[in-house]
Design a protein. Structure first.
Length: 611
């Protein structure tokens, strides 16, 4: 819509229409649409110095409506100062378009005349006025529209001797063909100038005897650069400077890094060029085949998607070959008990988990990741939302009832200190996540040897662990209560003076919905962090047996660039400064607190056979 308006008008105004929806487990205000407000309907532009403050629009049936500038996304072309209506991008082409319109009309008339000719009549010498009037009417009727006719002052030359008889004929101009060609040349010239006005000369190649494919490709580059520049003016600048801050303000967000909207041109690369480009990069090791790249190339070439069953069989076969290779080297994914016997009872589960994780990641499993309890870790993280929802449900319901009653009665609404019942319920689930993290490390180390690792907890750290888990529960409970209060206050603020009071049931329903979203958000934000804390503490308890850890992002099927870079397959000692500084979850993750990265721990070669 913005591009279409940009072609005809010099400015575009779009009013931001919000809607309430859910994002990452909590209610947010999102953009429903950017509704066009045509410049023809704007009666007044209200300014404060050089800045636009508001516009006054005339709406039939409603009169004049004032729209604040903060509720608009707008742009303009070729304007300075207070000229907010801008200048059309097609203005340089208008003169040539107008001339072309006139030439085409003249050409049509000329072709009509030259194609059929002009009716020409020759009356006899003794014709009276009535006969002449009737003859003229005949010439008018036999001719085509707008062609006219010609009445000679006397008889035709062939009848000159006798001067008798009526005669008529169609007379065609001798230079009719040349005239038609002249019009065509003139019209083509104006078409070329229209194309040049918008840098589209390459579109005219092949329509005349001038120009080659090489010339068209050279002329295409300035046009693409112009499109990219226009995209910045029409899309990127208004959206990033006007829309994005408005969305963040509406939701009370203050990110450290402002998100940006980017526009990209349509990919005109041929499949042959793309295939050669990818092949060269793959040959030099700059890129490697992986599911995301394969899916893009299939879609780009309009090929069917990959066969899931065939992929699954291939992945299982590759996993089996890798497992056999590791076992042949003495380091396969085995379970052991205290006497060193190998346990294979959960091998199918580990194999299925590895296959599932392999299919959703953008790379193959690495050797150290085959030892990890990926199924246990993933189940603990993904199941945290439902378990926390169920455990915290009664306490949250009580909070919603109390705050909804206060809001309906017009009393002050504040979360204050979160109730102990809610904190205790959250702490119980947080401790479960923590223990799952510790257990996953013990299983991971046992698969690397015949060690049987007991779950000791250093007494000096027990108080710190309890304090950490309690703090996580208190913070989560406080955020849940704050989300409930925020929604109740927002609902109360939307009530206009004179309207009936909002029923307590409406307040309670809004509070319950906000609570559910907040619980999901807290579970997603804290689950990976608590599991990682348990894994890190367990590793510290047996640090004398561990050679180090590797950063892994295999659980993140949609991992960001920061997590991908951190996944460098480097074994670092537990006290390595790099490892300590970036222990997962990754603080730079673009997932907004939902990072699922882990550490894979490796035993020392000289580890004792039993503990």
């Amino acid at each position: 819509e913005a591009g279409r308006v940009a072609g005809r008008l010099g400015a575009g105004l779009f009013e931001i229409i919000f809607k309430l929806t859910e994002w990452r487990g909590r209610p947010v205000y999102a953009v429903k649409t950017l509704d066009l407000r045509r410049t023809q309907s704007i009666e007044r532009w209200i300014q404060d110095g050089p800045d636009l403050v508001a516009v006054e629009q005339f709406v039939p049936g409603q009169g004049r409506v004032t729209i604040p500038a903060e509720d608009l996304v707008y742009y303009r072309f070729g304007a300075e100062g207070d000229n907010w209506e801008g200048e059309s991008l097609l203005r340089p082409a208008y003169k040539h378009w107008q001339r072309k319109e006139g030439l085409e009309l003249m050409q049509a008339q000329a072709l009509e005349r030259s194609g059929k000719g002009v009716p020409t009549g020759y009356p006899p010498t003794q014709a009276n006025q009535d006969d002449l009037d009737a003859f003229e009417q005949f010439l008018t009727d036999v001719g085509s529209d707008n062609a006219g006719y010609f009445l000679a002052p006397g008889p035709h030359a062939e009848n000159a001797d006798t001067g008798q008889g009526w005669r008529w004929e169609f007379v065609t101009p001798k230079d009719a063909k040349g005239s038609a060609e002249g019009y065509k040349v003139a019209i083509d010239g104006q078409s070329d100038k229209i194309a040049a006005a918008v840098l589209q000369e390459f579109m005219r190649q092949g329509m005349s005897k001038v120009g080659t494919n090489a010339t068209a490709e050279t002329q295409q580059n300035p046009f693409l650069l112009m499109c990219e520049a226009l995209a910045t003016i029409v899309f990127e600048a208004p959206l990033n400077e006007q829309l994005v801050p408005r969305i963040l303000d509406a939701n009370g967000m203050r990110p450290k890094r402002m998100p940006k909207i980017r526009c990209s041109l349509i990919d005109e690369t041929t499949l042959e060029e793309l295939a050669g480009y990818v092949a060269q990069l793959a040959e030099k090791g700059a890129i490697r085949p992986e599911p995301t790249l394969e899916a893009y190339l299939r879609q780009r070439a309009d090929l069917p998607p990959a066969d899931e069953d065939a992929l699954r069989e291939q992945e299982e076969a590759e996993h089996e070959r890798e497992r056999e290779l590791l076992e042949a080297r003495g380091g396969g994914p085995r379970d052991g008990d205290g006497d060193g016997t190998v346990q294979e009872k959960d091998a199918p589960a580990r194999k299925a988990n590895a296959t599932r994780t392999l299919r959703r990641a953008d790379r193959d499993l690495k050797a150290h990741e085959l030892h990890m309890s990926l199924d246990r870790i993933e189940t603990a993280i993904d199941g945290a939302r439902d378990r926390i929802q169920q455990a915290a449900g009664p306490a949250v319901h009580a909070v919603c009832v109390e705050l909804a009653q206060r809001a309906a009665a017009g009393r002050a609404v504040s979360h204050g200190k979160p109730p102990e019942q809610l904190v205790d319920a959250l702490e119980q689930e947080v401790r479960h996540l923590y223990e799952q993290g510790r257990l996953s490390v013990r299983e991971e180390l046992q698969r690397q040897s015949s060690l049987h690792i007991e779950p000791p907890v250093t007494l000096g750290r027990a108080d710190d662990v309890a304090r950490f888990l309690r703090d996580v529960a208190v913070t989560a409970a406080t955020n849940i209560a704050a989300a409930i209060v925020s929604e109740l206050l927002r609902l109360r603020a939307r009530q206009r003076p004179g309207e009936p009071a909002v029923d307590v049931a409406v307040y309670q329903q809004a509070a319950e919905e906000a609570a559910r979203g907040a619980i999901r958000h807290e579970a997603q934000t804290n689950a990976s962090a608590v599991v990682n804390a348990g894994r890190s503490d367990q590793a510290d308890d047996v640090a004398d047996l561990i050679a180090g850890s590797r950063y892994t992002s295999i659980l993140d099927g949609n991992r960001c660039d920061e997590c991908r870079r951190a996944d460098d397959d480097v074994l670092r000692p537990l006290d390595d400064p790099v490892r300590v500084a970036r222990k997962p979850p990754n603080r730079m993750c673009a997932g907004g607190g939902r990072c699922r990265c882990m550490e894979a721990f490796q035993l020392r070669d000289e580890a004792a056979p039993a503990i």
